[in-house]
Design a protein around this ligand. Structure first.
Ligand code: SF4
Ligand code: SF4
Length: 70
């Protein structure tokens, strides 16, 4: 089942745990800062299909990722 995620950039603290844990390597670091001065990450599904496994959302300490099944 295909999925997608939505990252709340203003909650993100740039820890990159989601980048490390996504088994499909679909979350990438950026050099863009949010209002609090943290580098945010982006969802980049070009590299493969999100399976909606929810690992990224579970691992995120800031609860800034929501997962949707399509
Ligand atoms: S739900 Fe799973 S596959 Fe989709 S972005 Fe998160 S960790 Fe990656
Ligand atoms: S795990 Fe959460 S806080 Fe850390 S980089 Fe990913 S979205 Fe941001």
């Amino acid at each position: 089942m295909a999925g997608k995620i939505v990252i709340n950039e203003e909650l993100c603290k740039g820890c990159a745990l989601c980048v490390e844990f996504c088994p499909r390597d679909l979350i990438k670091p950026t050099r863009r800062l949010n209002a609090k001065g943290y580098y945010v990450v982006i969802f980049d599904p070009d590299g493969g299909e999100c399976t909606a496994c929810t690992l990224c959302a579970v691992i995120c300490p800031e609860v800034s990722i929501e997962v949707y099944r399509e």
